[in-house]
Design a protein. Structure first.
Length: 114
């Protein structure tokens, strides 16, 4: 059985372009993830500092995916973020996401345009 691929040069050029964009996208994802973590820690309500210290950043880089995950590891983080029926929330993750997502989108659009 024979397999032939026509248009190999165009496909190779396409793959090389995608690899270059991917290589430039990883630092953008990492930088914006770190900035979002910093903002979330800045916005977090501080009584003892436990909530602020337990906002973690995890980078996940796969074959074709790049992501940064910001997570509040304190067991009461969701109560602070969203509130309960007895108290209003003090959002810290959502405002950080909303603020940083604008910068992230602009930087990623800049990569795609180049």
């Amino acid at each position: 059985m024979n397999i032939s691929i026509s248009g190999g040069e165009a496909f190779e050029t396409y793959l090389n372009t995608q690899i270059k964009v991917s290589e430039r996208a990883i630092p953008v994802v990492k930088r914006n993830g770190a900035a979002m973590q910093h903002l979330a820690m800045k916005y977090a309500p501080v009584k003892t500092g436990y909530l602020k210290r337990n906002i973690t950043l995890t980078h996940m880089i796969g074959l074709a995916t790049f992501s940064s995950q910001i997570d509040g590891k304190a067991n009461y983080d969701s109560y602070q973020e969203y509130g309960t029926r007895f108290m209003a929330g003090t959002p810290h993750i959502r405002p950080a996401f909303i603020f940083q997502s604008k910068t992230f989108i602009n930087e990623m659009e800049g990569l795609v345009k180049d």
